[in-house]
Ligand binder design. Structure first.
Ligand SMILES: [Zn+2]
Length: 335
């Protein structure tokens, strides 16, 4: 334990620096700013479609014309980046829609980069939304037992990342948790002339009940089993550090911890250990819980949301992916 310098009372009085808002701001150790926020968006086919997600008030599946409006609103209020998820018209067992040249995410990327070139577009690279069975990789059956095949999946993930980058994505973000996927994606990008495209890896992604509402939003609930054979066990912090080390070694430029609120210690350890640009995903149920409590008048939505996001920053997150990005940016502007 390091020795913390402090004078003895009454020479030192911590309350001296808490006397006014200006003074408190002057000595604040952590700052939350709109420039650190990423806004997730769910793209689907159709026109003038704005389908609400029941468990996530204020979040919608959007047709591209509507998606453009929300991306523009986010950009205008100071949010620098969006994270795209796609809901395809058709699903199969090869996730064809994930890497189709005219897939829903590829179309969304092209549209956003054309209409809002200053907005950064990050794409979620995974297969679950495009698989008829809803798992993040290719499913093989051995003796009546279903298994998500790691190495066979890597090729499809790499193909997906390349197709997103070719469409113009500024950053690709693999979220599948297959072993070796960052290396496979880096290699594929480098050999197709996309060596400047950064990878933000979901490095320590835990199997979590906090993803519940998201599955409705992304329509990605597994049809059988769960994701515990590839996402991490919530009990493990040292393993999280190994996962992050591995992704950095394989070429990740930004590492992410997901979820955020129940894993603030992991965010802290990752930032302390590696000093890498670190992202935290403020996931769906973290958002829904505040929304539900606020709707009942039990908490002050603005105050609780900003305090929660500040806690993620204080834990060590440089970047926060949050469904509250636009609200938070607006509130921060109001001061
Ligand atoms: Zn997935």
């Amino acid at each position: 334990m390091s020795k913390i310098a402090t004078g003895p009372f009454p020479t030192y009085r911590p309350r001296r620096l808490r006397q006014s808002a200006a003074l408190r701001r002057l000595v604040a150790e952590t700052h939350l700013s709109a420039s650190q926020l990423v806004y997730p968006l769910f793209a689907r086919g159709g026109r003038r479609l704005r389908k609400p997600i029941g468990a996530m008030p204020g979040v919608f599946q959007l047709s591209l014309d509507e998606l453009l409006k929300d991306a523009e609103a986010a950009f205008k209020v100071g949010v620098p980046a969006v994270l795209l998820f796609g809901i395809p018209d058709r699903k199969d067992t090869k996730a064809s829609g994930a890497y189709a040249r005219n897939g829903i995410v590829q179309q969304a990327v092209r549209l956003l980069k054309k209409e809002l070139p200053g907005l950064m577009v990050i794409t979620d690279v995974c297969l679950c939304e495009y698989m008829s069975h809803g798992h993040c990789g290719i499913v093989e059956h051995h003796h009546g037992h279903a298994h998500v095949a790691n190495d066979a999946t890597l090729k499809l993930l790499a193909r997906t990342a390349v197709s997103h980058a070719e469409a113009g994505a500024d950053i690709v973000a693999p979220s599948d948790m297959m072993d070796g996927r960052v290396a496979a994606i880096r290699r594929a990008l480098d050999t197709t002339g996309l060596s400047e495209t950064p990878i933000m890896s979901y490095a320590a992604k835990f199997a979590s009940a906090y993803y519940g509402p998201f599955r409705e939003a992304a329509e990605s609930t597994p049809k059988f089993g769960d994701r515990r054979s590839y996402q991490m066990d919530g009990a493990n912090a040292n393993e999280a550090l190994r996962e992050v080390a591995m992704d950095i070694h394989e070429g990740a430029d930004i590492v992410m911890v997901k979820p955020a609120l129940a894993y603030l210690d992991i965010i802290h350890r990752v930032k302390q250990t590696f000093g890498y640009p670190t992202a935290a995903y403020n996931v769906s149920a973290e958002y829904s819980m505040i929304k539900a409590a606020a709707a009942n008048g039990w908490v002050d939505e603005r105050a609780v949301t900003l305090e929660t996001l500040l806690a993620m920053r204080r834990a060590g997150a440089d970047i926060i992916i949050t469904y509250s990005a636009c609200d938070a940016a607006r509130w921060l502007k109001q001061g």
